[in-house]
Design a protein around this ligand. Structure first.
Ligand code: GLU
Length: 315
């Protein structure tokens, strides 16, 4: 199938290979040390078919894309009513690491900003595994279809330099949103951001979200249809930092971005896709990632609210 999709990937990869605009994140030393010009695109369909271009085996840290999956795990472990009592579902219009903004129910605004994501990390319990860290790694690995590991250097770099995240954790403790274990919770959050993935992994993780929560390669069901809907809804409204509204308008797909330069996109019922290119725009999104996504959505009429989109096809 899908000569068109294959040639589309080749074409956009070639077209944007020479686009070297933007800067890699300077948030902390381990992030700024990456090769700025790396570029990779992977897509995995719900039938398990794979299309790729570029450095698809190059590992990078998952960063904020992890928030989609820790939110999914919190939903799976506790159910949505309980999770919603701890975090709102409203975009903030503010930076992802804004010190703290709570809603009228004393909750962080949503699980995709750092304060909400740290609260989600605090909900992860060891159920199938001995520790919270193993539980989380195991869960992420079910989406990726292989066991994943933490990049120790990035984890240490985040821990030592993540003063804003420490401030957020202290304030969450101050407001009694986190318990006295808040240091361990933040530690888990730093670790989840430091998990190594490549675009192949992320595309398969996206394909699992596109395929009713079932990994199309391993067949493992990772989350219920109801929780999947919750995850995709929040990715649609809050997944792309302060660009989420414009992204919904232009691209119209659930997605999540990370400051290491990854973007994960979900075309429900069709495919998962990942782009890696660490040069970012001022909101923290991969510049080449945004451009490729816009062309993808246009070319194959993938905007989920497009009336003319009969049934999304990639051929
Ligand atoms: N570990 C980073 C932080 O918490 C993640 C940032 C991101 O990718 O948005 O600040």
């Amino acid at each position: 199938m899908d000569k068109n999709f294959k040639s589309f990937l080749k074409e956009v990869f070639g077209k944007y290979s020479t686009d070297l605009s933007g800067q890699v994140s300077q948030a902390f030393p381990a992030l700024s040390a990456v090769d700025p010009d790396s570029f990779a695109i992977s897509a995995v369909t719900v039938d398990g078919e794979v299309f790729e271009q570029g450095e698809v085996s190059r590992d990078f840290t998952i960063q904020s894309i992890s928030k989609a999956f820790s939110f999914a795990l919190a939903l799976e472990q506790h159910g949505s009513l309980f999770v919603e009592s701890k975090v709102g579902m409203e975009p903030t219009g503010e930076d992802y690491d804004t010190i703290i903004k709570l809603d009228d129910k004393n909750r962080p605004f949503n699980p995709m900003v750092n304060s909400g994501a740290i609260v989600m990390s605090g909900l992860i319990n060891p159920r199938e595994k001995a520790t919270r860290e193993e539980e989380l790694l195991d869960y992420f690995g079910k989406f990726a279809g292989r066991s994943l590991k933490i990049d120790e250097e990035t984890y240490r770099s985040e821990n030592e330099n993540g003063h804003k995240n420490w401030a957020i954790a202290h304030l969450l403790r101050h407001f009694n949103i986190l318990t006295k274990e808040y240091r361990e919770v933040l530690d888990l959050y730093f670790k989840q951001c430091s998990i190594l993935v490549n675009t192949h992994d992320l595309a398969l993780m996206g394909a699992t979200l596109a395929n009713d929560g079932q990994n199309p390669i391993t067949g493992i069901k990772c989350l219920s249809s109801e929780n999947l809907r919750h995850v995709l809804s929040i990715l649609f409204t809050c997944g792309m930092y302060n660009y989420s509204g414009e992204w919904a308008f232009d691209v119209g797909l659930p997605a999540k971005s990370g400051i290491s330069g990854g973007i994960l996109l979900v075309v429900p019922g069709v495919l998962g896709m990942a782009i890696y290119s660490p040069r970012l725009d001022k909101r923290g999104n991969s510049i080449r990632g945004i451009k490729v996504s816009e062309e993808l959505s246009d070319r194959f009429q993938l905007h989920v609210l497009d009336y003319t989109r009969k049934k999304a096809r990639i051929n």
